[in-house]
Design a protein around this ligand. Structure first.
Ligand code: HEM
Ligand SMILES: [Cu+2]
Length: 536
């Protein structure tokens, strides 16, 4: 950001706060985007440190590092923090930074709401973690220890870490609903002239569908945790069989949110990745309309398949068949997406800069997550694999590539020159990628094998036969953890200096965001851009 833009801003508005106040009261989508991304990264390291303690415990059979109670708190907080603290805010940060720029808008439609959506997050994160820290200090009952799914009746009986978690979930959910409203209003109202819905970048489609999904599902979770709070403190028995309630009702409510949630994590990236693949293949995106319709189909289907998480909770044969086939149906639009991505780089003139490496890595690893998901969608096989490490490996192949490799790495590297005005260090970027590729697979391939061999999940100790694979998995996890520090180094370096980036930082890059200087000025489009034949 240059001094002239600030003066230009001041001349027609009121004063411009500096220092901490600037960040506290900012309504600028770039400031807010930056804060979201930093928050997400801090949460990634926090959740990561917690799971490294778990992997340290699982390095050898027997109990060495953490007590079983603490183990349960660690996996619970890891799951909650990764999903709500790291993955979703990373995507929202991207939306804030890039959505106005790719559709040619000066800012998000509701800037003050935007500020509020962000500032709800840090207190929520504190609420989530504080009982855990107090517990370590010997105060109270510790953090929630139910697993991130918070299954009743365990969550009804849990200590007061659960109440903090319920409150935190309310706040996190509120934040994402507000952010979603903002995304929808921005896309509907603020596109540059000439940009119809069917010419809008896939980036915007991904976020639009995600935002609609979130508004659909988050209130259901909010209702669910409110019922849980009532059960815990106000004498209701929604989930208590002794009082006429039903614990499985909780599972329905949770997974009605929880399953679409994985598509909330996927869809923004499904919108981002085609931009990157097309740029580094120097070819137009293949099958634009097919991709949009597939994303719509995925979003629609995602809300009618939730009970595939509940095959082992007891379900009628008819229910099992319905949820099995409806789940498998999602493979079709997903396969269309993969087909389009592959066709985009097919016979392109490909170069493998870091963003492209991460985009391709995403396609391969996430594809593996999808294929192993089909195994779990099979109601008969799921009985064997659901509560084994196979499931843990599967959902990490779905959930790590999406927010971390897609949003935090591929997209951040791709747009970093636009954000900072500098090129990042390509060799360190590549090192980051290969550490992720090796660390990630070394962590989770052994977990598939452990699952097939029958090692249960969420247990701090295991039989001797599982020793070697667990050791490998733990080594992989520490490599993966180290990779994130390399990433931090690259980003900090690029923010502080380096080779100047041109306005079109990548030769194959298309889109309105590349028509403005790098770094993008504080107010991107002082004059409304025209969307036409040369800009897509
Ligand atoms: C950074 C590398 C990561 C490693 C090494 C890792 C490892 C693990 C391990 C060992 C577990 C415990 C499994 C068990 O015993 O039940 C776990 C659970 C979980 N992880 Fe990760 N994870 C990583 C990243 C992520 C990310 C990025 C997400 C989501 C965006 C995520 C979401 C979850 C969830 C939802 C659970 C389930 C918690 C539960 O069972 O309640 N993880 N992870
Ligand atoms: Cu699901």
């Amino acid at each position: 950001m240059t001094a002239t833009t600030i003066e230009g801003h001041d001349s027609h508005h009121h004063g411009h706060p500096a220092g901490f106040t600037r960040w506290l009261v900012t309504t600028n989508h770039k400031d807010i985007g930056t804060m979201y991304l930093i928050f997400a990264f801090v949460m990634l390291l926090t959740g990561g440190a917690m799971i490294l303690m778990v992997r340290a415990e699982l390095f050898m059979p027997g109990l060495q590092v953490v007590k079983p109670e603490l183990f349960n708190q660690l996996i619970t907080l890891h799951g909650l923090i990764m999903v709500f603290g790291a993955a979703m805010p990373a995507a929202t940060g991207l939306a804030n930074w890039m959505l106005p720029m790719v559709i040619g808008a000066p800012d998000m439609a509701l800037p003050r709401l935007n500020n509020w959506s962000f500032w709800i997050l840090p207190p929520a994160a504190v609420l989530l973690v504080i009982p855990f820290i107090l517990g370590l200090a010997g105060v109270g009952t510790g953090g929630a220890d139910t697993g991130w799914t918070m299954y009743a009746p365990l969550s009804i009986q849990a200590g007061w870490g659960m109440d903090f978690t319920i409150f935190a979930v309310h706040m996190l959910g509120m934040s994402s609903i507000l952010a979603s409203i903002n995304v929808i209003v921005t896309i509907v109202n603020m596109r540059a002239p000439g940009m119809t819905m069917w010419k809008m970048p896939l980036f915007a489609w991904g976020f639009l569908l995600t935002a609609i999904l979130l508004i659909f599902i988050m209130p259901v979770l909010a209702g669910g945790v409110t019922m849980m709070l009532m059960d815990r403190h106000f004498g209701t028995h929604f989930f208590n069989a002794a009082g006429g309630g039903d614990p499985v009702l909780w599972q329905h409510i949770f997974w009605f949110m929880g399953h679409p949630e994985v598509y909330v994590l996927l869809l923004p990236i499904a919108g981002v990745v085609p931009h990157i693949i097309s740029c580094f293949s120097r070819k137009d995106t293949f099958g634009y309309k097919a991709q949009v319709w597939s994303m719509i189909a995925i979003a629609g289907l995602s809300i009618i398949v939730w009970a595939h998480h509940m095959f082992t909770s007891g379900m009628s044969t008819g229910g099992q068949l319905y949820f099995m086939y409806s789940t498998m149906l999602i493979s079709l639009p997903l396969a269309v997406l993969f087909y389009c991505w592959i066709s985009t780089f097919w016979r392109g003139s490909i170069s493998l800069e870091t963003p492209m490496l991460f985009a391709l890595g995403f396609v391969v690893f996430f594809g593996w997550g999808g294929l192993t998901g089909l195994v779990l969608a099979d109601a008969a096989a799921d009985a064997q694999y659901h509560n084994a490490y196979f499931l843990v490996a599967h959902f990490h192949y779905a959930l790590y590539p999406t927010p971390v490799m897609g949003a935090m790495a591929a997209a951040v590297y791709y747009w970093l020159p636009k954000w900072t005005g500098h090129m990042y260090n390509e060799s360190l970027g590549k090192l980051h990628f290969w550490l992720v590729a090796i660390g990630f697979n070394l962590t989770f391939i052994p977990q598939f094998m452990l699952g097939l061999a029958g090692m249960p999940r969420r247990i701090p100790d295991y039989a001797l036969q599982f020793s070697d694979l667990n050791m490998l998995s733990s080594i992989g996890a520490f490599i993966l953890g180290a990779s994130h520090l390399v990433f931090l180094l690259v980003v900090v370096q690029a923010a502080r200096g380096g080779k100047k980036a041109e306005s079109r930082a990548w030769e194959g890059a298309q889109g309105l965001e590349w028509t403005v200087p790098s770094p993008a000025p504080y107010h991107t489009f002082d004059e409304q851009p025209q969307f036409g034949a040369t800009t897509r």
